[in-house]
Design a protein around this ligand. Sequence first.
Ligand SMILES: Nc1nc2c(c(=O)[nH]1)N=C([C@H](O)[C@H](O)COP(=O)(O)OP(=O)(O)OP(=O)(O)O)CN2
Ligand SMILES: [Zn+2]
Length: 120
Amino acid sequence: MYKISKQFAFSAAHSLDGLPGDHPCTRLHGHNYVVTVHLRSKELNDTGFVKDYNELKVVKQYIDEHIDHRNLNDIMYPLNSSAENLARLFFDIFKPMLPELYAVEVSETPKTSAIYELDN
Ligand SMILES: Nc1nc2c(c(=O)[nH]1)N=C([C@H](O)[C@H](O)COP(=O)(O)OP(=O)(O)OP(=O)(O)O)CN2
Ligand SMILES: [Zn+2]
């Protein structure tokens, strides 16, 4: 199996529901998010690629148009704007455009990340 990945960055605001009232993440705050899309294929194309990184610009276009510099709570309601839910949301959005997609990772900070990936 061959695997590739590419990272995309955006900035957004959010607050989290369902946490204790004194939890800092209940307050509106922002992150410089990094999204990593992971693709795989058993075979390479004639160029020796799983997929041309350039073709992943659909991810950048979507993020720039719909996600960057927005409040994620507005976009994700009624889901909580956790990194886990965001990774699943991105997976469901990008999978039809990128059939080789098998995982999406979302980092809110350099120290944290959440991954949604296929079972197999
Ligand atoms: N499993 C999850 N836990 C948390 C999420 C999440 O999406 N999934 N999100 C948050 C907050 O949005 C935010 O990311 C705060 O994270 P945390 O690492 O606790 O914040 P700090 O950078 O302030 O932590 P340091 O310990 O100072 O590094 C919370 N949890
Ligand atoms: Zn946060």
